[in-house]
Write a protein that binds this ligand. Sequence first.
Ligand SMILES: N[C@@H](CCC(=O)N[C@@H](CS)C(=O)NCC(=O)O)C(=O)O
Length: 211
Amino acid sequence: MIDLYGDATGNCRRAAIALEESGLHYRQRRIDLDAATRQQEDFLRLNPAGRVPVIVDDDGSGERPLVVTQSNAIMVHVAEKSGRLLPTNQQERAAAFEWLFVFVTDVMAPYNMAHDLERTLGDAGSDVAGRMRGRALAMIERFDQRLSTREFAAGTSLTLADIAAYTAVAGMRERGPLQSLPNIARWFALLSARPAFQRGMQAFMQTSALR
Ligand SMILES: N[C@@H](CCC(=O)N[C@@H](CS)C(=O)NCC(=O)O)C(=O)O
């Protein structure tokens, strides 16, 4: 059994969607980000950074349960364990990692940083924030072009890259309308219709928090 610790945030949803798509058995353990739970000793033993998501997999090959932090590392663990979400075909596997990292480093990082800069510095941060947001949006446009000739980010099958990209695009849409990107719109609707994505996006919404 895998325990997924998290709350209703984009990073945690990414891990939840991967688990839902993998078919592995798991349960959600909600850590209320507004409460002090994640600063308690039990939780800090799992992740000294006090952040979510975290998984504890007690069904591994080692003697002790495996603890993994970082949403994208959790997705890789889930993909390797389940044999899903990472193609065996070398070309598509490389493309899956390539686009996973595009979203982690070239889209989410600058986009979130731009948001933080504006929130904390106001007008003084808007120049740099604008440049960072522009950098993220340029990659989003490249992704749109890529999807004009492919069903999914890596090619013919759903991969980790789609899950990372989906949660990034969903988060960006929450903060304001995205410009018209027809291929992303088609791909986003396709993924939104998948029951595993729907369940993953609802993760931690109903569960009560651990104390
Ligand atoms: N890069 C990490 C980010 C983890 C992270 O910052 N999680 C947020 C919730 S989405 C959190 O725990 N925030 C509480 C804090 O920063 O103290 C990941 O992808 O897992």
